[in-house]
Design a binder for this molecule. Structure first.
Ligand code: TRP
Length: 456
């Protein structure tokens, strides 16, 4: 396979060449040995890549606050794929993150034609009612509706100034036929992702967004726009240290000491530099190489370990001066479980997945008719073994229902060796899925009184 991979959040087909995706889009691999208390999704490399997850982990180890954000489209029904995201959110919550969840009702309204009332009802009945059962702490989880939080649209609009159609085309493959709602929705999503950093919504702190790999275009867009919006750029120096340079933009040029005729206003620039110096000395840096005329300032003694603090000081200064002061969001990426029919999992194709409202009969039926990696006859299967990598029942045990690595390994080996038959694997999956669902439904009942607490 040659050429470039395109990732399209709206497409029904996706590349599964994960190493190439990592290389092409500059993601970093996740090594679960380096994570505190890795979940089964990390241990099995289902959550396989990230951007800036180290920023989150450093915040955690310093005892600083950090947040996690995700969003849901309130147009379908909650299925196992959605559960996987909430499992990751809960993992971050257990590490100490505060949680924000966006209900993308504007997006669903614009792209799927649902009324906002219908979106609200659907979000509550189909999604939020499951969260308490899945262990999200209502005290530390805030769920909002896009239509109720105008700030997310405003940010989309403000940051939208820093992109253009060509870039949207390059990121998303848009063209002249593209519906304008599809251009606006990602900008509102940018607003969703960055707004928890604003002072009114928790203040400046790193935010991580766990997503399926198909959503990376949104993350790339958001990271690009936040860094373009920053008033102070940071770079490591060639010979060590950290270099700061001013990013002069329409909205800050006079504050940056540029007169309307484009000439340097030395007085303003000098004052800005002493303001920067004062702020840097508050975190222990006094030895600075200043070049106000060029708008650059070097901190020769700063190291990798100081980067986050320097960044934070400058973002706070930007805010004080009237800028947004946004940190690039971090992200983690998960692979997709195969759809049960062999197609992609999709709310609109009920047989491709298990919904959290499916009854036991429906679950059994779906697993029984799922795509199998077994051989055609028992004799052949015993002789050559099955292929768990394409066997839906095994894959669903791996992604969702079998927590114990050792038990999973035995299933894998048993299947490959021919000891476990395809029908037996399906039965094991049915049993475990039913157990999980039973417990989930019980917890959902027990915790239903907590649902209102999530809404802000
Ligand atoms: N667009 C996402 C979807 O189709 C929903 C969404 C809206 C979202 N805002 C978000 C996802 C912010 C992650 C982060 O499912």
């Amino acid at each position: 396979m040659g050429g470039n991979i395109r990732i399209d959040p709206w497409s029904s087909s996706q590349s599964t060449d994960y190493q190439r995706i990592i290389d092409q889009f500059g993601l970093e691999s996740i090594n679960s040995d380096n994570l505190p208390n890795p979940s089964m999704l990390h241990r099995r490399k289902i959550v396989f890549a990230h951007r800036d997850l180290d920023v989150i982990m450093r915040a955690k180890s310093k005892g600083n606050s950090f947040g996690v954000l995700t969003g849901l489209m309130p147009s379908g029904r909650m299925h196992l794929g959605h559960k996987m995201v909430i499992d990751q959110v809960r993992w971050f919550q257990e590490l100490g993150a505060d949680v924000t969840i966006a209900v993308a009702d504007l997006e669903a309204h614009a792209t799927r034609g649902l009324s906002l009332e219908k979106c609200r009802k659907n979000a509550l009945d189909e999604y939020i009612s499951n969260y308490a059962a899945m262990g999200l702490d209502p005290e530390k989880t805030k769920i909002y509706f896009q239509s109720n939080r105008p700030i997310v649209q405003r940010i989309g609009f403000t940051l939208g100034k820093k992109t253009n159609l060509s870039e949207m085309e390059a990121i998303y493959g848009f063209n002249g036929e593209t519906n304008l709602a599809h251009i606006q929705a990602p900008l509102v999503q940018v607003g969703d992702i960055v707004h928890p950093m604003l002072d009114e919504y928790g203040g400046l702190r790193p935010i991580v967004v766990p997503v399926g790999i198909d959503q990376d275009p949104h993350i790339r867009l958001t990271r690009g726009l936040t860094s373009k919006s920053n008033w102070f750029n940071l770079k490591y120096g060639k010979n060590g240290g950290i270099n700061i340079s001013l990013s002069v933009q329409d909205e800050n040029s006079s504050l940056m000491g540029i007169n309307s005729d484009g000439k340097l206003n030395r007085g303003v620039r000098e004052n800005l530099f002493s303001e920067i110096s004062t702020n840097l000395s508050s975190i222990g840096f006094s030895d600075l190489i200043k070049n106000p005329k060029h708008g650059t300032l070097g901190i020769p003694s700063a190291t990798v370990a100081d980067y986050d603090d320097v960044k934070s000081v400058l973002l706070k200064l930007e805010r004080k001066m009237g800028g947004l002061g946004l940190l690039q969001p971090a992200s983690t990426y998960h692979k997709f479980a195969v759809g049960m029919t062999g197609d992609k999992m999709s709310s609109s194709k009920p047989n491709t997945t298990i919904f959290l409202t499916d009854d036991f009969k429906a679950i059994e039926k779906k697993i029984k008719s799922a795509f199998s990696g077994g051989k055609n006859t028992i004799e052949e299967h015993r002789l050559h073994g099955g292929n768990p990598d394409i066997d839906v029942a095994y894959q669903y045990l791996m992604y969702f229902f079998e927590e114990e690595d050792e038990a999973l390994r035995e299933l894998n080996e048993g299947y490959r060796s021919g000891k476990i038959l395809a029908g037996e694997m399906k039965q094991i999956c049915i049993d475990r899925a039913t157990e999980w669902m039973q417990e989930h439904q019980e917890l959902k009942q027990q915790n239903s009184h907590l649902v209102g607490n999530y809404l802000s």
